[in-house]
Design a protein around this ligand. Sequence first.
Ligand SMILES: [Zn+2]
Length: 199
Amino acid sequence: MSEITESVGRLIQELTRLPGIGKKSAERLTYHILRVPMQEALSLAEAIRAVRENVRYCRVCYNLSEREECAICADARRVRDVLCVVEQPRDLIALEQTGKFQGLYHVLLGRIAPLEGIGPEQLTIDALVERVRAGGFTELIMATNPTVEGDGTSLYIANQLSDLSVRITRLARGITSGSVLEFANKEILTDALTGRQAF
Ligand SMILES: [Zn+2]
């Protein structure tokens, strides 16, 4: 190990922090970066910097955005009385790819997971409740993942809003229980949306 330079060691260590990257992969990536043209390597560094500096959460729905409001919230063609609640921006992208949902979204940025110490206050649930209480929505589609934690999160939200007249539905169970929305294919997600049922 003593022949690894300080900079090489540092990059390997940084890459090892990434999900799914072990020591071996981090080393492979580091030596790859050392071999590619300087411009290509710097372009990667610049992309990492830009994504962190430019991307923020939409102030309305918490989707990823490079402006105060995301492209969906700002789109006048969207149906504004149906709200779809998802755990992560990547779930929103999966649903958008079906092309079957025209309403608005609310991204929770996680799910309630007591065993990991994640409570409702760490998510965007307060903002969601406030948004729905402000009025204008006729239906709330709970599109959390069909896992114990996803279901529990939806139930918690439904309870918070039970005194309102807004209809609360959830995706049909075409998605196998325990599976994850972002990996479901378009057809399954479309069926889940069209076959949604009362919560
Ligand atoms: Zn938005």
